[in-house]
Design a protein around this ligand. Structure first.
Ligand code: IMP
Length: 426
């Protein structure tokens, strides 16, 4: 098999970092294909916590090479800081980490506009304020600055001046002042110099890896319900987080992707605005938040928590063509006497088994009650080790969404995992 894609099957924060970390030792190449520094996963490197927003967690495995593909948007100062932090902790990055010269650059005014818009709307979308939306806007409007442009001051200046002119009226309307082109050229040109050996032809690396028959792990960011086309628009991020995004974002043909794994928590969380049918704004929601440490690794915001939404998961199975689900944080549900799972929605008297394109805020979740369990799951290493009620919970998921469950995460550490197998020989 050549490529495997790992996607978030909910609203992001499903624990992709841990699963990619578990799969990375089996891969020759890990490619991140979408999103930017809006994502984040916390890793423990040399006994110290390290949050990575852009670099795939596969970098911690010395034999694994990592590529940040053309579908991503890069804040070069964040990228450089991550490289420096990893190098300082003895994780060598030189020669095994490359960012695509085609990836678009998040510029200072992207962050400014993102922030001013959030302020003006009272945080309607609740973005991460990392400039993601405005950067992708520039990309689609064909006026973006790409990582390769940072290596040539003349080209950078020309593109920037034209780019800034487009944003000027927007910034003025929002009461902001755009930075001066020359300052950005100086700052970003210096970042380009510092990153020179890390910026290159990612497509060539991916191509050569396929030709050599290597194992490629395609790592998504955010989640299916935040995907610009398949998610809860407009409360979404600005990229294609779904498995299909891996083709364009990594520069790989669909025929090379042999397996798709969706990561889903055993319950549901969401950060930012937008409808969330199974949200629990009560004691149980707070209990999930506390037990699952549900606070954003990028923004620190408390995550909204709720019951497992199988309608959203069924949609994720369909739009990603999932072969397998990895269920994370099953241990967080331990000690809850009863568990609700949402099997359908009701809207205007009609039963829906897939999310409607609009009016998600008006649906009523239809729940099924399942029995909980009290046992600690952290030492379970196979599905058979799980208490019968937890096994039934997983079986019910499989039955409802039509996709088998493979890996099950039962605690934060690498070892706290049941049924881990080589994902390239599923
Ligand atoms: P943006 O991607 O910063 O533009 O934010 C758009 C929406 O996606 C907001 O609701 C964010 O909270 C959400 N979002 C973006 N990145 C992540 C992530 O990595 N995890 C969870 N939610 C995210």
């Amino acid at each position: 098999m050549s490529a495997l894609v790992v996607v978030g099957a909910q609203w992001g924060d499903e624990g992709k970092g841990k699963v990619v970390d578990l799969y990375a030792p089996y891969a020759d190449l890990v490619v991140r294909y979408a999103g930017g520094a809006n994502a984040g996963h916390t890793l423990v490197v040399g006994g110290e916590k390290q949050i990575l927003h852009l670099i795939p967690s596969g970098i911690l495995h010395p034999q694994t090479r990592c590529v940040v593909g053309q579908g991503t948007v890069i804040d070069p100062s964040v990228f450089l800081k991550e490289i420096e932090a990893l190098n300082a902790r003895g994780v060598g990055t030189e020669g095994r980490l490359l960012v695509s010269q085609r990836a678009h650059v998040v510029l200072p005014h992207h962050k400014l506009i993102d922030e001013l818009r959030e302020k003006k709307s009272g945080g309607a979308i609740g973005t991460t304020k990392r400039g993601i939306g405005p950067c992708y806007e520039d990309k689609v409007a064909r006026r973006g600055v790409r990582m390769g442009d940072l290596l040539d001051a003349g080209r950078l200046r020309g593109k920037l001046e034209a780019n800034l002119e487009c944003w000027r009226p927007v910034a003025e309307d929002l009461g902001g002042t755009l930075p001066v082109a020359e300052e950005i050229v100086a700052q970003y040109g210096a970042l380009g110099d510092a990153l020179r050996t890390y910026i290159g032809d990612a497509a060539e690396i991916v191509r050569a890896s396929i030709q050599a028959g290597e194992k490629i792990l395609l790592e998504g960011a955010q989640g299916t319900m935040l995907d610009i086309d398949n998610g809860t628009y407009p409360f979404v991020t600005s990229s294609n987080a779904v498995a299909g995004g891996a083709c364009a974002g990594a520069g790989i043909g669909p025929t090379h992707i042999r397996h798709a794994v969706g990561i889903a928590k055993a319950y549901t969380t969401r950060v930012g605005g937008g409808p969330f049918p199974t949200e629990l704004e009560n004691e149980t929601g707070q209990r999930l938040r506390d037990a699952g440490a549900e606070y954003g690794s990028t923004t620190g915001r408390p995550r909204r928590c709720g019951w497992l939404d199988l309608v959203a998961l069924r949609h994720a199975v369909a739009v990603n063509g999932l072969d397998e689900l990895a269920i994370t944080k099953l241990d967080v549900l331990s000690t809850l006497p009863e568990l609700e799972v949402c099997v359908a929605y009701e809207l205007d008297g009609e039963r829906l088994t897939y999310p409607p394109y609009d009016r998600l805020e008006d649906v009523q979740p239809i729940y099924e009650t399942l029995e909980g369990w009290t046992e600690d799951l952290t030492s379970c290493r196979t599905r058979d080790d799980l208490p019968p009620a937890a096994q039934r919970y997983l079986a019910r998921i499989e039955q409802e969404v039509g996709c088998r469950v493979g890996v099950v995460s039962v605690g934060p550490d690498r070892e706290d995992t049941a049924d881990l197998r080589d994902p390239f020989s599923p």
